[in-house]
Design a protein around this ligand. Sequence first.
Ligand code: PMP
Ligand code: GLN
Length: 380
Amino acid sequence: LQSRLPQVGTTIFSTMSALAAQHGAVNLGQGFPDFGCDPRLVDAVNEAMRAGQNQYPLMTGVPALREAIAAKIETLYGRRYDAATEITVTAGATQALTTAILCCVHPGDEAIVIEPAYDSYAPAIVLAGGTVVPLEMEVGAQGYSVPWAKVAAAVTPRTRLIVINSPHNPTGSILRRADLDALASIVEDTGILVLSDEVYEHMVYDGERYQSVASHPVLAERSFVVSSFGKTYHVTGWKVGYVAAPAALSAEFRKVHQYNVFTVNTPMQHGLAAYMRDPAPYLGLSGFYQHKRDLFRAGLAGTRLQLLPADGTYFQCVDYRAVSSLPEAEFAQWLTTELKVAAIPVSAFYSSGRESGIVRFCFAKEDATLRLALERLAAI
Ligand code: PMP
Ligand code: GLN
């Protein structure tokens, strides 16, 4: 069989989790919490199952969940999406991202991807027959930033889509209002669409206010806004997410979605809809994770690992060049097998495999897990 994705192997996340398990390492590699979710959420799902909510839901998602999502977006970001025509529930953010790409990228189209980038964007663009145009973020003392003038210069008549992600995996950087304005001035008066991956929207630190694309009128008109309950409610294995987009875009999204997965599991949707009535869990998430970020950063401050800024997400990047000259993948393997703390090489997020001497740790862990990892990293 001739591969549709000849460049692609097993994801770095699966690879590093397997290595961590094999060597009994503390797994700060793959991004997922090592603690449970709120038992009230599990109860809400059980209740839905017992109430007989176990058959296909509507193709677009359970209405109560779409309503709850629309209400949350309106309250937080000030834009009203019509739950009937503009919100679609998906099998995690991954499916939302892939489906959004498949519904708008035609063979020969170009899609600009800001790198380092989460690893699912590029393969979806390739499967759609599009061309990935990678554009590297700049990294300085202030951390990572997007050079918008370079993004503007990368636009061609074939550009169909720009993929952005804030808060950003793996760098932990966030886009501020000026960034969204810069992007808006690039796409305004063009046919370019925006795919905004906002799965870490509720993890923004130091009192910073999250800038969703949904809150930006020019961008919201031409954007697919994607999020995931897996991140927000500590249930990465449930694989429930959503996309919010203007009706015309949502209609095209749904054409692909109905033959992609058709629907997403019913009892989880009912449980999430009930649980979302209380905003406290997602409003409290930044504080919850800021504590873990600060604990982890304080522990690493005495090492030779140089901490990069971490403004959002549950990831902390470190520059290890004072410790080792190994390439990133080898350094991450060494950390995992010798120090018994797993990390992810940031080179895996570049199509070029660019080496910058930086690895990513995930701090979505029990404080005790973080302390154990810090003990093991103390000697570095
Ligand atoms: N986008 C980003 C930036 C992510 O980090 C992840 C999760 N690792 C996803 C999308 C996928 O989310 P989900 O598990 O809901 O498919
Ligand atoms: N998003 C998670 C991460 O960046 C992992 C997702 C996955 O394993 N595919 O670590």
